[in-house]
Design a binder for this molecule. Structure first.
Ligand code: MG
Length: 400
């Protein structure tokens, strides 16, 4: 029989904001201890799970126990938690004593602060135990290791070959590790992991490949980073629409979506009258609830006389960025009988993509006539409609 023992008696609260021991801190909504325990409960070779909790942690552990027992297939694997002590080593010893009644053949000892242990790491530790009395998951050291003087100067560099970082689980033949722990307790010796206890007792312990994901969660920043990995910043998608019309006047070209298109007329307007970019500017502003083009760039302001409308679009992009929004795609439809848009479509998409800072495939430009109907059909002007889709970060609950 193979048992797992999870050490969850630590009382360190700093990582979890100073309120609860870190193993009860949620990572993306699931307490670290639940995450760690689930991996062992779901592992087909682990037959029983012993959790060691901190003195006084009973009320905190109750919902965890409930959550673990609720996993129907594995509920029967969970043993009643035992209460540990102030040191990790003593807590593990108490857990081993509690498992003694079951007399498992092998035991895998794991820290609750390593919630991302994977089934294959567990398998490698178990596999090694058929040939060795002890085996631990570990990762080779990849950083160069320096020894420092008390003043912070480098006093030497270690050869990192053959150096490993110990992880958990650490697996042992049960009787061997229980005897080693009893011996260490009797001798009053303190060690930082169970392999050290075994080594001190003369037990041969081998290393098996751990996993870089099997990190120990130590600081509040570790918790925040791990949470983001599971649950990136929540965002929602929003859409805005814009519409604009400009009438024809005398001239020989029209500005449409940032491109000067030769024509029998020009469009009239205070700026360069780029009806496509005006509609698009409004669509972007609309998507972030950011007002409209007339509010930000009033036609009464002389500084916009003859201005290239890319300035307005860039202004909307700046507001989008300030809101933390990201542009997903935009789509512009030009409504006119003439000029023909198709020959300029690619240049228009490129011009828009450049101002928006997005790939051209996220920019649509298309055109339609109105079958000769209405003011567009009578060649009195050009209309444009646009939509813009953005994602915006959701405000934390209650921030509104
Ligand atoms: Mg306009």
């Amino acid at each position: 029989m193979i048992a797992a023992l999870i050490a969850a008696a630590g009382q360190g609260t700093r990582a979890a904001g100073g309120e609860i021991p870190k193993q009860y801190a949620p990572i993306a909504g699931v307490p670290m201890l639940v995450r760690a325990a689930r991996v062992f409960l779901d592992h087909p070779r682990i037959e029983t799970l012993q959790i060691v909790i901190g003195p006084g942690d009973g009320p905190r552990f109750a919902p965890v126990a409930h959550e673990l027992e609720r996993r129907a297939s594995s509920g029967s694997k969970v043993r009643r938690a035992v209460t540990g002590a102030s040191s990790r080593q003593e807590s593990v010893r108490l857990g081993l004593e509690a498992l003694g009644a079951l007399a498992p053949d092998w035991v895998l000892i794991h820290d609750a602060a390593r919630p991302f242990v994977s089934p294959d790491v567990i398998d490698r530790v178990i596999d090694a135990l058929s040939a060795h009395p002890g085996a631990i998951a570990a990762e080779p050291v990849t950083d160069t290791l320096k020894r420092a003087t008390p003043s912070g100067a480098i006093a030497g560099t270690f050869d990192r070959r053959n150096l490993w970082r110990a992880q958990t689980p650490q697996g042992f033949h049960f009787a061997v590790i229980r005897a080693a722990h009893r011996k260490a307790a009797a001798a009053g010796r303190a060690f930082t992991d169970d392999a050290s206890v075994a080594e001190w007792a003369g037990v041969r312990v081998v290393l098996v490949q751990g996993s870089p994901r099997n990190v120990k969660i130590t600081t509040a920043e570790d918790i925040a980073m791990a949470s983001r990995a599971f649950d990136p910043e929540p965002r929602e998608t929003r859409t805005g629409a814009g519409f604009d019309v400009h009438r024809f006047g005398p001239g020989d070209r029209v500005m449409l979506c940032g491109v000067a298109v030769p024509h029998t007329h020009a469009l009239e307007g205070h700026s360069d009258a780029d009806v496509g970019l005006h509609a698009l500017t409004d669509a972007l502003l609309g998507a972030i609830g950011g007002g409209d083009i007339g509010e930000h760039f009033p036609p009464s302001d002389p500084q916009w006389k003859g201005a290239p409308s890319a300035i307005f679009l860039a202004g909307a992009v700046r507001r989008v960025n300030e809101r933390g929004a990201r542009i997903v795609n935009v789509d512009v439809t030009l409504l006119c009988e003439a000029p023909r848009i198709a020959p300029h479509r690619t240049a228009m998409r490129e011009a828009i993509a450049r101002v928006l800072g997005i790939q051209i495939e996220r920019v649509g430009v298309k055109a339609t006539t109105t079958e000769g109907l209405g003011f567009i059909g009578r060649h009195e002007g050009i209309a444009a409609m646009a939509t813009a889709t953005v994602t915006v970060p959701l405000e934390p609950q209650g921030a509104r």
